[in-house]
Design a protein around this ligand. Structure first.
Ligand code: ZN
Length: 243
């Protein structure tokens, strides 16, 4: 079975719809979502509803937990905190109840799933080989999926060696049939690796390959929705640059 792995949607309806269209045209049988459905963007309800409809598995991210009140807003940047408060005001109560039922980690088909990292599923950013090594020591599954940093990347480790890592561009395909792995699909709704297109991962659980995908979407419409909601302008601007 192939699964499409998505993460960090951040209430960007335009990006999520475009990615789900691309996923529907792929041979993915399921969608697994690593969390952060809401926060930053202007369409929390539409994104939670799309996730409820399409995702077989869905984790909670730190922004989801901020909206449900499980993590305090003072741990967030000003823009993130404002967006979380705005989301609390506008979100439909059924969608809020859905977020309240999610956890920041899970396990499917011997693959570990974490919003942030195996050591700290809510907050830790895995962006260095040093941190990746500590996470690979902590994880019980050979292959784990992580989100949170909004950067499409992979870390790998062979027996007795140190971890290596690299950013992954559109079209990159990895053989993950041996060694230990941490794979980040990148972000659907707010990429931070310089490529503004929605990022996702196609994971083949039989062949054990991971293919990094990017999907174009209407960035201008997502930015306009953020401005119309009177959320901080910086949240609209960064979508255009993928930062
Ligand atoms: Zn996020």
């Amino acid at each position: 079975m192939k699964v499409a792995v998505i993460s960090d949607i951040h209430a960007n309806k335009q990006a999520l719809e475009a990615a789900l269209d691309a996923i529907a045209s792929s041979d993915a049988a399921e969608v697994w979502c690593l969390g952060d459905l809401v926060g930053y963007g202007a369409d929390p309800d539409a994104c939670v509803e799309l996730a409820r409809e399409h995702a077989a598995v869905c984790l909670a991210g730190n922004h989801d937990l901020a909206v449900t009140g499980e993590v305090p807003l003072d741990e967030f940047s000003r823009g993130a905190s404002l967006a979380a408060q705005w989301t609390q005001e506008v979100i439909d109560k059924d969608n809020l109840a859905f977020l309240e039922g999610l956890a920041a980690q899970g396990r499917e088909d011997r693959v570990g799933l974490y919003h942030a990292s195996p050591r700290d599923p809510v907050w830790e950013y895995v962006l260095s080989t040093l941190v990746a090594d500590l996470c690979l020591d902590a994880q019980s599954d050979r292959v784990c999926l992580i989100g949170h940093s909004h950067v499409a990347l992979s870390f790998a480790r062979e027996e007795g060696e140190l971890a290596t890592g690299e950013p992954q561009r559109d079209g990159a395909s990895l053989d993950v049939s041996s060694g230990e792995w941490l794979l980040n699909p990148g972000s659907i709704g707010q990429p931070r690796d310089g490529d503004p297109r929605a990022a996702w991962l196609l994971l083949d659980l039989e062949g054990m390959t991971a293919s990094y995908m990017r999907t174009e979407y209407d960035v201008a419409a997502a930015a306009a929705a953020i401005r119309a909601a009177r959320l901080p302008d910086s949240l609209a601007e960064r979508l255009e640059y993928g930062q």
